[in-house]
Design a protein around this ligand. Structure first.
Ligand SMILES: [Zn+2]
Length: 70
């Protein structure tokens, strides 16, 4: 069954941008709010693999994730 509800609400997404001390990294990801955990894990893996820096998921969540309208 199709969902015929019209949603006037603005959808909110999450965006994370890699802004570690390493300039020139263009890692940027946008996802839906429901995918927050996955976004955090992917970002953590990126920072760990590419920059050798270990962040906790909480640190990334607090410092690097911003809510955006999609
Ligand atoms: Zn990066």
């Amino acid at each position: 069954m199709a969902d015929t509800r019209q949603s006037d609400e603005r959808l909110t997404g999450l965006e994370v941008a890699c802004d570690t001390e390493v300039s020139g990294c263009v890692f940027r990801m946008r996802t839906e709010v429901d995918d927050r955990d996955r976004l955090l894990e992917i970002t953590r893996d990126h920072v760990s693999e590419r920059h050798g820096t270990e962040y906790s998921l909480e640190e990334i969540d607090e410092q690097h994730v911003t809510e955006v309208e999609v």
